[in-house]
Design a protein around this ligand. Structure first.
Ligand SMILES: NC(=O)c1ccc[n+]([C@@H]2O[C@H](COP(=O)([O-])OP(=O)(O)OC[C@H]3O[C@@H](n4cnc5c(N)ncnc54)[C@H](OP(=O)(O)O)[C@@H]3O)[C@@H](O)[C@H]2O)c1
Length: 252
């Protein structure tokens, strides 16, 4: 049982990472709420977690999901509906919260600053989180479960410099991604950090505080992560994205 029990909403709770987050959040003693699309999806959620039905592409369905939460972990993703899902989930949860502050952990992907449609919408989701004024950690994992058995040393990079689009960019176990996302919620050294998450040869660390603490925080007011390449100019963004940024900043 953690000393820092939170009410945590997991978005993407049925996914390959979300399932690990739900299990680990329950184990840690958090009041764990899994967002699912329907009752049949709810049956797959780990015992000990509450399930709430909602459509992450529609903010009007998310009031119950966000009611009373302290934190939200986003692990959703779609290559078919990048705007509606990758970006929409972040926008719609923030809309449902209507300015109420929560701690956020957002999973996107290594290579998110490359110019592909799916990654650009994930990057825009990152920007909404930074602009929202909430305390957050943004985790960009490498290739899931491509790590060798002795490749468990949790390693955090910045600047999104590995862009081959292959496992050569970095690898990490699904279980470890879930651990980092959850740990970030209660670790002040993770606040306002954006990081690429990979594993190197060596044992897994017991304490992630120093690993988070070695990272540069994102600059106050910046839409991008510390050390990111400035290759998606805010001035050239679609008007609907600009409007969403203004709304989460409270400027609308
Ligand atoms: N595979 C890798 O090596 C790798 C590496 C880095 C990043 N990533 C990224 O990680 C993300 C998540 O990966 P994953 O393996 O966990 O994916 P996954 O198992 O397919 O899970 C995706 C989650 O998003 C939800 N979702 C997708 N479309 C939805 C929609 N229209 N409405 C509501 N919920 C929806 C799914 O809900 P349902 O169960 O209801 O469909 C599920 O909970 C992907 O976007 C991927 O690009 C992958």
């Amino acid at each position: 049982m953690t000393d820092h029990a939170l009410t945590v909403l997991i978005v993407g709770a049925t996914g390959s990472i979300g399932q690990h987050v739900v299990e680990q959040a329950v184990e840690a003693g958090h009041h764990t709420r899994a967002l699912v699309r329907n009752n049949s999806k709810a049956r797959g959620i780990a015992s000990g977690a509450e399930t709430v039905i909602g459509d992450l592409t529609d903010a009007s369905t998310l009031a119950e999901a966000v009611d009373g939460i302290d934190a939200v972990v986003f692990t959703h993703g779609s290559s078919n509906e990048p705007e509606a899902v990758n970006y929409g989930a972040v926008r719609n949860v923030l809309r449902a919260l209507n300015g109420r502050p929560v701690r956020i952990a957002l999973m996107t992907t290594i290579g998110v600053t490359a110019h592909y449609e799916t990654s650009e919408w994930k990057r825009r989701g990152e920007r909404l989180v930074r602009a929202s004024g909430n305390t957050y950690t943004i985790v960009r994992p490498g290739w899931f479960d491509y790590n060798a058995p002795d490749q468990l040393k949790i390693t955090m990079r910045q600047g999104d410099t590995h862009l081959t689009g292959t496992p050569a960019d970095g690898v990490i176990a699904r279980r470890q991604i879930a651990r980092v996302l959850l740990d970030s919620l209660t670790n002040p050294q993770a606040d306002r950090r954006t990081l690429e998450l990979v594993a190197e040869r060596g044992p897994e660390q017991a304490d992630l505080g120093p690993v988070f603490g070695a990272l540069e925080p994102d600059a106050t007011g910046s839409l991008d992560g510390a050390k990111d390449t400035d290759n998606l100019p805010a001035s050239e963004e679609p008007q609907r994205v600009v409007d969403d940024l203004n709304t989460v900043r409270g400027d609308a």
